[in-house]
Design a protein around this ligand. Sequence first.
Ligand SMILES: Cc1cc2nc3c(=O)[nH]c(=O)nc-3n(C[C@H](O)[C@H](O)[C@H](O)COP(=O)(O)OP(=O)(O)OC[C@H]3O[C@@H](n4cnc5c(N)ncnc54)[C@H](O)[C@@H]3O)c2cc1C
Length: 432
Amino acid sequence: MSDKASTADAFDVLVLGAGPGALAVSAALSQEGLNVGVLSANSHLDPWPYTYGIWTDEVEELGLDHLLGHRWQNTVSFFGKGSSVLTSNENKPTHHKKDYGLFDKHKLQAHWINQCEQGEVKWNRGFANNIEISKFFAIVTTEDEIKYKARLVIDATGYDPIFVKSPDRGPIAVQTCYGVVAKFSSSPIQEGQFVLMDYRCDHLTSEEKSEPPTFLYAMDMGNGRFFLEETSLGLAPPISIEKLRERLHKRINNKGIKIQTLEHEELGVYLPMNLSIPYLDQPVLGFGGSAAMVHPASGYMVGGLLRRAPKLAKVIAQNISNPKNSTTDIAKAGWQELWPIELQKKQALYQFGLEKLMRFEEDQLRDFFDGFFGLPKNQWYGFLTNTLTLSELVRAMMSMFNNASWNVRLGLMGMQGRELKLLWEFLKPKMK
Ligand SMILES: Cc1cc2nc3c(=O)[nH]c(=O)nc-3n(C[C@H](O)[C@H](O)[C@H](O)COP(=O)(O)OP(=O)(O)OC[C@H]3O[C@@H](n4cnc5c(N)ncnc54)[C@H](O)[C@@H]3O)c2cc1C
């Protein structure tokens, strides 16, 4: 491959994509003074299709709480038993005693774009479909045959990335959701409330209760508008959107209320939860969904992107500044920053946990979460935000086991499917 192959500018880093992953890493790289090209199928100014929630402590620690559009102090879950008549105890919420927020997604996008524009970022449109990598640079070609040359390419094209390769470990657990933003005949949840998980299922028939469980995620958006979403935690094969839609409407009907104005219907949302860690010696770096950065227990990622992009950018800047480093050397340094041994071990533990939960019956799952949110706040919060050290994570999991009912313990103890393999990955991760 010759230098002449490139007809466009040469960049220090070419970032593919314009989602949260691409913008977070481009912003951080430009803050390091690197010359960055963004190449995306859509415009970086296009509004993102989803809304992003976060525990507010995560953004406060970064001084970014001004990026929130909504904030709730009354944050609860319901893990009541599935009897046909709910007792008052079963209706009692678990109070999380932690604020939860929803990003103003336009502000979050503008935050990263402003950082990009303070530095040297060039925006380019095109669908990348080929890459050639030589020792000191890579050339990406788009569907329109435009070529872009860079020392390093970061593929941030989401969960089904165009260039990043990962080992195939069989079926992927997928979280599916169906949601509505609407005005109702009366409030479907308490006013001013955020409901992380409502696992009550008294509206289901006994046959439906024996099917894989789903829960309600809901928030009061103000001005009489509510967002209600029926969600399945993560299953392979996933629960169909049609089933979730049916369940959400049953749940709403059971409350004796009706949708008055349907503002938005969130159709067909699929979120892969237990992605494999990509090959860590490949010459293209990933970031965001492409790098399997989604939290396997919660499905969240934006907090991690905000925390980790600046650290990764520093490592890349250091490695690019050494002209002897090849493209593969720089990508490898990036992969090591993204997936150090400790994080690989944590990932194996999280995925092991998810594998267990996917097999749980309705009542086991509700008992499990009841116990989980009974852990000290720093443990469940650290677990959900992936901010515990490995030993803290192991301690949290042990406490969970010790405090669990026998029903849950039995479910946690049996080894099935990929669970032994995941334990092995915990003991022997890929890269030393
Ligand atoms: C429904 C849903 C709800 C979520 N909710 C939350 C939440 O509440 N909180 C949270 O923290 N996380 C949440 N997540 C997880 C995660 O934050 C999002 O999935 C996030 O959008 C992933 O960002 P990404 O940039 O990696 O990928 P994407 O957002 O998928 O962006 C990929 C980008 O790459 C571009 N692209 C694709 N192929 C090419 C190509 N060949 N060439 C050029 N460009 C290309 C696309 O056009 C797009 O711009 C949610 C995910 C989903 C699906």
